[in-house]
Design a protein around this ligand. Structure first.
Ligand SMILES: CC(=O)N[C@H]1[C@@H](OP(=O)(O)O)O[C@H](CO)[C@@H](O)[C@@H]1O
Length: 422
């Protein structure tokens, strides 16, 4: 996250970006100073400048105005306008998202009231809170007061990821991750596409970390084509650009939806010319295009899209969650002397080297039901990541442990040996 942020600052500070290429800043030109902004807001500014303002005004007010206008349009005649749909609790991970959401609050207050937690007034960045903590520990952040069935979400520190969650009446925690966000959004978009009756193609892009139930639901129930890329949003973003409408989300809640130029032009034309029903659907799609950050995954923009969809469809957080049931899963880390000894293929789902490791994983996976496991070297930490899913949490935990042990033994593990079982 921070590396991305620094890289973008560097681009704004020392170089200009012209049509996707970078070049040295011409002498005498002053780089704009936007003060403190979220990572996706910075990407928005760059996108605006690179399109000479066609994408939007390259100011923080321009961002708030563009998003809030689309959000208000989408929610104003919504079927459901009860209080349940109007309020949302947001854990801001003690990060920049808190400052920016506060600034934006009054632009969207007509459609949504947000209550902020972990807003940075005390507490440390991402410490026991934020999207990454909630997703990896599968529990609520500290500092959030949650009542049963209340809709809550967490941003990460630089506000480019978002996950939703709630507590049921028995106090059980339910996580709604990037996969379920992608599912909600795709089903909404598919319905609108049916209404406008145009054959625009839609594709969903995931990584190997996507829960098996989400992939099955998208392919088998929703009949949407799903593609798997390597981990890291740059891979998902590029793949999503191949479709008229490309929906991409990492399971950790980082993602957005991209619309091709041709799709945007078609939708804009239908919003002007077609008959009543089609025109309404096309207008809605026009606002959806404006509400999604086309430059990068954006927690604020994604939150507004999700809130607009839930309101329009009259869906509660529990109904959304019930679209499918996640397979129990576990992620572990293994320390090895050199993580580069592990090379992978098939979008990181199969190990090529060291020899014998993939066979060992295959043998372990066969001993569990509804199981899947893979390992890959992290691109951001000096570790190997292990992922496993199975029919029960106990089995997912036990498979993840057994695979960790195989990695430790076959790929030069260091330190304490992982124990089988959990
Ligand atoms: C399993 C997982 O969540 N991996 C994250 C993490 O990458 P690793 O290469 O797994 O360390 O950080 C990336 C950058 O934030 C993010 O894009 C990715 O999804």
């Amino acid at each position: 996250m921070l590396t991305e942020l620094r890289k973008t600052f560097y681009l704004l500070d020392n170089q200009f970006i012209i049509k996707g290429r970078t070049q040295e800043k011409p002498a005498g030109r002053v780089a704009p100073d936007y003060g403190l902004v979220t990572t996706p807001q910075l990407h928005y500014m760059v996108y605006c400048r690179n399109t000479s303002g066609r994408y939007g005004k390259a100011t923080i007010e321009g961002y708030y105005e563009k998003l809030s206008k689309a959000f208000i349009e989408l929610t104003k005649q919504a079927f459901c306008s009860g209080d349940d749909y109007r309020s949302l609790k947001v854990d801001c991970a003690n990060g920049i998202g808190a400052l920016k959401l506060r600034e934006m609050e009054h632009y969207i207050s007509q459609g949504l009231s947000v209550q902020l937690f972990n807003d940075g007034t005390k507490g440390k960045l991402n410490h026991l809170c934020g999207a990454d903590f909630v997703k990896s520990h599968q529990k609520p952040p500290q500092g959030m007061e949650m009542k049963a069935n209340e809709r809550c979400c967490s941003f990460d520190g630089d506000a480019d990821r978002i996950v939703y969650y709630y507590l049921d009446v028995d106090g059980h925690f339910h996580l709604i991750d990037g996969d379920k966000i992608a599912t909600l959004i795709s089903s909404f978009l598919k319905e609108l596409l049916l209404e406008i009756g145009e054959s625009l193609n839609i594709g969903v892009v995931q990584t190997a970390y996507a829960n098996g139930s989400s992939t099955r639901y998208l392919e088998e129930v929703m009949k949407v084509p799903v593609y798997c890329t390597k981990t890291g949003v740059k891979h998902l973003h590029h793949k999503a650009q191949e479709f008229d409408i490309g929906v991409y989300f990492e399971a950790n809640g980082h993602g957005t939806v991209l619309f091709s130029k041709a799709a945007e032009t078609k939708i804009k034309q239908l919003a002007k010319e077609s008959g009543d029903k089609k025109r309404e659907a096309a207008k809605m799609l026009e606002n959806v295009i404006d509400l999604f950050n086309q430059a990068a995954g954006d927690a604020i923009s994604d939150m507004l899209v999700i809130e607009a969809i839930l309101t329009r469809k009259g869906l509660t957080v529990q109904q959304w969650d019930a679209l499918y049931t996640d397979l129990p899963n576990r992620q572990l880390k293994v320390k090895v002397a050199d993580r580069q000894v592990i090379s992978t293929t098939d979008a990181e789902r199969q190990v090529v080297t060291p020899l014998g490791l993939q066979e060992a994983i295959n043998d372990l996976v066969k001993t569990y039901r509804l199981s899947r496991a893979f390992v890959r070297p992290s691109g951001t930490e000096d570790i190997v990541r292990v992922y496993a899913e199975a029919d029960s949490q106990e089995n997912a935990d036990s498979l993840a442990r057994a695979v960790s042990l195989a990695v430790f033994q076959l790929a030069g593990g260091v330190g304490e040996m992982p124990q089988p079982g959990f």
